[in-house]
Design a protein around this ligand. Structure first.
Ligand SMILES: Cc1ncc(C[n+]2csc(CCOP(=O)(O)OP(=O)(O)O)c2C)c(N)n1
Length: 344
């Protein structure tokens, strides 16, 4: 395994590798990354206005999230964390779901019918074992569905990571482990997170393939994820992808990153912005112009504003509704608790 992350698009937008994506597909994914960025900035602003409880921004990680989820088919699963809204949305979870979740409204956790996305995991690493189970379940039912699970570098220090990786490798489950190594687990830098040469190297211990990729390169992420998904679908088992990226914002809106990292590092990573890299490539291919940029920016901003208005116009969520979301048929215990809540 090469410690050098695979790259197809350099930060200046020049391509130095093969990509299976044609220009129209790259334009669509660029627009999706833009939508993700508009949502992400809007959600951070709404938290500052007291309209959301907390928010964990993913700015800088759009290529990871859009590039990996773009490799999936509808029968596949996305199982992510609090920072993975971009991937979840591309696979059918809605921005409205994500906004409501951030107000503490349980309706946010109800995945739209037919959409194979679990609500975001706040427990670091806990969701990886669910992804393994979902993929294994697909296999047992004779389907070729695959589960993509996204997590951070910090999550690889959790016992759940070990359990998920080991089980997936032994049972050859159709799982794609997608680690967004964004340099930090809150204030803990990656170099204090692990003594492994890279996170991808951890795959070796489990008997699994490990791949390292430039996480700010949409094309490289897409190719790595596409290969891992195809392998899992064929029945050839799981892959660990380590995508090297950076969160340019705070860990959450409750965090002050100025206390543990310099502005200089942030500025350096802004130079490697995943959207700007694709834009430069499209410019060089004569597939970008300012009018189109303005048009998609306006369209995505309008779409997000409409979703915010719609979410905020919902009748207020009542605490009793927490009993409605979990089971199709409530258990006897839940019925009892609900009755107690109704009595006040
Ligand atoms: C099991 C568990 N331990 C601790 C926390 C508190 N916590 C929330 S986010 C976080 C850091 C996670 O870092 P990483 O996995 O690198 O993901 P990132 O936030 O960078 O996307 C911690 C320790 C938690 N939510 N769950």
């Amino acid at each position: 395994m090469s410690p050098e992350p695979r790259q197809i698009l350099a930060p200046d937008g020049t391509r130095h590798g093969e990509s299976s994506l044609e220009i129209p597909a790259i334009r669509r994914l660029y627009q999706a990354m833009l939508s993700a960025r508009v949502f992400d900035r809007k959600a951070s602003a709404m938290q500052r206005q007291g309209r959301l409880a907390t928010y964990s921004p993913f700015e800088g990680q759009e290529a990871c999230q859009i590039g990996s989820a773009a490799a999936l088919s509808p029968q596949d699963w996305v199982v992510g964390s609090y920072r993975d809204g971009g991937a979840m949305w591309l696979h059918g979870y809605t921005w409205r779901n994500l906004l409501l979740g951030r107000t503490g409204d349980e309706r946010g956790g109800r995945t739209p019918d037919g959409v194979r996305v679990l609500p975001p995991s706040i427990t670091v690493g806990g969701h990886m074992i669910h992804a393994v189970g979902l993929g294994w379940g697909e296999r047992l039912q004779g389907s070729d569905g695959v589960a993509l699970t996204l997590f951070g570098d910090g999550a690889t220090s959790e016992g759940d990571f070990h359990e998920a990786m080991n089980f997936a490798a032994v049972f050859e489950t159709p799982t794609v482990f997608f680690c967004q190594n964004n340099g930090w687990a809150i204030s803990m830098p990656t170099e204090r997170q692990t003594r492994s040469e890279t996170i991808a190297h951890k795959a070796v211990a489990y008997g699994m393939e490990g791949v390292r990729v430039d996480g700010n390169d949409l094309l490289a992420v897409y190719e790595a994820a596409t290969a891992a998904v195809a392998k899992a679908r064929r029945g050839d088992g799981p892959t660990l992808i380590e995508a090297i990226t950076f969160r340019v914002g705070p860990h959450t809106t409750a965090d002050d990153p100025g206390r543990y990292r310099s502005e200089g590092i942030v500025a350096e990573w802004r130079e490697r912005d995943p959207l700007e890299r694709v834009r430069r490539y499209l410019v060089a291919q004569d597939a970008w112009d300012e009018a189109w940029q303005r048009e998609i920016e306006e369209a995505e901003s309008r779409a997000i504003e409409d979703i915010v208005a719609d979410a905020e116009a919902l009748p207020a969520f009542t605490p009793r509704e927490i009993f409605d979301g979990m089971y199709a048929e409530p258990t006897a215990q839940l019925r009892e608790q609900r009755a107690e809540a109704e009595r006040g």
